[in-house]
Design a protein. Structure first.
Length: 107
């Protein structure tokens, strides 16, 4: 059952990312998707869930919602100065959101 759920969750994450990109239509779409995925991943990892559930939600859904290749491409197209700023903002917001979600779920 887990492989089927994995594929469904991965498709849902990819469709959500596409929806965010079509609604926002700027570089901010990837920032929103990355922060949302990091928030959910932080909550999932802090919760007491089965390994199969963590795999389906954490790897499949969050993995397709937040893709490193798109992030790397966005940083590269911004140039060295604004790409660095974009990378710092994205990583800072994503880490902060994941930490906050994990602390809320854990308490």
């Amino acid at each position: 059952m887990t492989p089927i759920l994995f594929v469904i969750a991965a498709a849902a994450g990819a469709m959500l990312r596409l929806t965010i990109a079509s609604v926002v239509c700027t570089w901010q779409a990837l920032l929103i998707a990355n922060v949302a995925g990091a928030t959910l991943l932080g909550a999932v990892l802090a919760a007491d869930l089965s390994p199969a559930t963590v795999t389906v939600i954490g790897v499949a859904f969050c993995g397709t919602l937040t893709t490193f290749s798109s992030f790397a491409l966005e940083v590269r197209t911004r140039g060295w100065r604004w790409g660095g700023v974009y990378a710092a903002v994205t990583i800072g917001c994503a880490c902060g959101a994941a930490s906050l979600a994990a602390s809320i779920v854990a308490s």
